[in-house]
Design a protein around this ligand. Structure first.
Ligand SMILES: Cc1cc2nc3c(=O)[nH]c(=O)nc-3n(C[C@H](O)[C@H](O)[C@H](O)COP(=O)(O)O)c2cc1C
Length: 356
């Protein structure tokens, strides 16, 4: 299967996926029955790599390369422009190899001239490729995707990952825009977050387990069935956020992604320490099955519900949301303890309203 055929196959397979557990059920807010707030004053405004956005949502990398991908990217860019959300393009490798694929990426900048657009390359790319990808879409930042399990189970995928961190560091050194390291659905642990920060990335998108499952996609594409334990490989999104938030805090931006498709999951992600929430599988599903209008109204509904959740815990801003108590139980609490983290730190942190 060529790189371009694979892109359309990903779009097709992502439509038929059963959702996985992102483990947000282990994390609970505490209801505040006395919020001294007005709904209209609750703002989920956020700063992402130094730029202020009215919403913490962003459209994560999905596609590029083919005619179908061009149409998807064109529509997603329109949605991003309408809602003023950042958007990442899919892997630009195809366009670096063949100029015929260029338009499927440049259409994004054409349809959203003033918006925040992020370029996207794999961890096998070098600094020259990164620069070309950035230029192609006049990108405000560049994502480097980390997708080792996907490569291993993809027909013809990479087998050597030597020098992966050094390549990230060399891209950071060479490009003019901030670099985002991103997983694609298997999560990032504390140790690798530390290494990536040391390499100089400005943001970490932990892309955890719980949404799009590239092991499932690749196993369906290749016809090779994988058993359940392997299909469930990876750190669930909530756990990956709990692992990385203390490492990233104050040093870089933390992005939540990987099945973060509801206002509740978004609110919990932000409360743990993320400043932005990326979505890929859900937007593309809604767009292809129900159209652009359905996607816009879903994203607006998530924004509205997020505001409501913030009010119900007594937070008028994301900074305040990051101070309200969170009770972490079950497997996630046990995991944290085994890994030397204290779940009670979240349960007992004081809210700004002085309720605790
Ligand atoms: C159809 C599809 C294609 C994707 N292609 C890319 C890609 O080219 N580059 C990349 O970094 N991530 C890619 N992703 C991964 C997403 O950006 C995201 O990290 C992952 O899907 C987890 O988020 P989700 O659960 O909201 O889908 C793709 C996801 C989907 C659904």
């Amino acid at each position: 299967m060529s790189r371009l055929q694979r892109k359309d196959e990903h779009l097709r397979q992502s439509l038929s996926m059963a959702p996985r557990e992102a483990d947000f059920a282990d994390i609970s807010f505490i209801h505040n029955c006395l919020p001294n707030l007005d709904f209209n004053e609750v703002k989920a405004e956020t700063k992402i790599m130094g730029r202020t956005f009215r919403s913490p949502l962003f459209l994560n990398a999905v596609t590029g390369g083919t005619l179908r991908a061009k149409k998807v990217n064109e529509a997603l860019a329109g949605v991003a422009a309408e809602l003023e959300l950042p958007m990442a393009v899919g892997s630009q490798m195809a366009a670096l190899e063949s100029r015929s694929a260029l338009e499927s990426f440049t259409v994004v900048r054409q349809n959203n001239p003033a918006g925040a657009i992020w370029a996207n390359i794999g961890s096998y790319a070098d600094a020259a490729m990164a620069k070309e990808a950035i230029e192609m879409v006049s990108a405000d930042a560049i994502q480097i995707h980390l997708n080792v399990p996907q490569e291993l189970f993809m027909k013809g995928g990479d087998r050597s990952f030597k020098g992966i961190l050094e390549r990230v560091a060399s891209i950071v050194e060479s490009v003019e825009v901030p670099v985002i390291a991103k997983e694609v659905g298997f999560g990032v642990a504390a140790e690798q977050a530390e290494q990536l920060l040391h390499a100089g990335v400005k943001a970490l998108d932990i892309g955890g387990r719980g949404g799009t499952n590239f092991l499932y996609i690749e196993s369906r594409s290749s016809g090779r069935r994988l058993n359940r334990p392997l299909l469930n490989w990876g750190l669930p999104t909530a756990l990956s956020l709990l692992e990385t938030a203390p490492v990233v805090k104050g040093r870089a931006d933390l992005f939540a992604a990987g099945g973060v498709n509801t206002a509740m999951a978004a609110a919990k992600s932000l409360a743990i320490g993320a400043c932005a929430v990326g979505m890929a599988g859900m937007p593309v599903y809604l767009l292809l099955k129900w159209g652009r209008k359905a996607l816009v109204s879903k994203l607006r509904a998530i924004e509205r519900d997020l505001q409501a959740i913030m009010l119900m815990v007594g937070a008028s801003s994301i900074a305040e949301l990051q101070q309200v108590p969170l009770v972490i139980t079950g497997r996630s609490a046990e995991w944290m303890q085994r890994r030397g983290m204290d779940p009670d730190h979240y349960a007992r942190r004081a809210s700004l309203n002085g309720q605790v």
